[in-house]
Design a protein around this ligand. Sequence first.
Ligand SMILES: C[S@@+](CC[C@H](N)C(=O)[O-])C[C@H]1O[C@@H](n2cnc3c(N)ncnc32)[C@H](O)[C@@H]1O
Length: 279
Amino acid sequence: MPSISIDPLAEIARHVEERHGIDFGRYKPRCLMRRLNVRMRAVGADDLEAYAAYLVSHHEEADRLVEALAINFSFFYRDRGLFRILGEQVLPDLVRRFPTGPLRIWSAGCAAGEEIYSLGILALETLAERDHGRLVLIGTDIDPPALEEAREGIYNRSKVTSLDNPLIEQYFHPDAASGMLRVRDALRTRAQFRRADLLGPTPYRGVSLICCRNVMIYLQPQHQERILEHLASALRPGGVLALGRVERLTGDSRRWFDTVDAAERVYRRKCMAGESQCS
Ligand SMILES: C[S@@+](CC[C@H](N)C(=O)[O-])C[C@H]1O[C@@H](n2cnc3c(N)ncnc32)[C@H](O)[C@@H]1O
């Protein structure tokens, strides 16, 4: 095993940035150390130096570390209170504001797809059939294996316990090979998945609804603010950002939004000076 003489944390950071383009400086230090400890235990490294040496001599370990940092935990209809507001208030209002053209719904930090498929189910259940063809479901994440799972759309039954049985029957079928549940093609093929780092420039514009939940909590405040600015610029004026109860608007990003629901942290994108197409 190669010996690591310089600061082992800097060496780990350099290695991960080189392989994955992810800068450690974005994470809160406590979160970073917790995830590093998980990986150190997993590979039997007693200290950071031993772990750094393991990392540079085992190529796949950088992937494991990035997976550990990604924290992909999610499930269907996570936080029913938020889904109630989205279904009863936000989606019907978006259809009124934007009666024609695509209705883009983006799960930013979609993990293995649970959130965007949930939003798809909610939209199909809430909106009139004439609007179904306008739905564009987008899931993005930084973690390629999670996106692969999202495209497959196969889930353990424990992931759908917040869904009522009729919805499970309507939108899933048992997957013969795995014994798990697979999202039916009618919904699965509506969703598009793509790798995107929310700290980079946003690949989307004109989005009607963005859900970004349980993503920014692990990041330093200045990075949270940058992400919020990116999400604001992706939303069309009048579009909605749903953060859920864990995250909040920070710093300068507040200037972009009016509050729709303070408890569930749902915000409407303001129409800024000089913008056209405000509704
Ligand atoms: C805990 S999951 C949240 C999933 C879902 N939004 C939910 O609330 O159930 C966090 C996800 O954010 C992704 N993530 C973290 N940092 C990211 C970034 N900078 N850009 C895109 N995705 C990111 C992780 O890979 C992970 O899949």
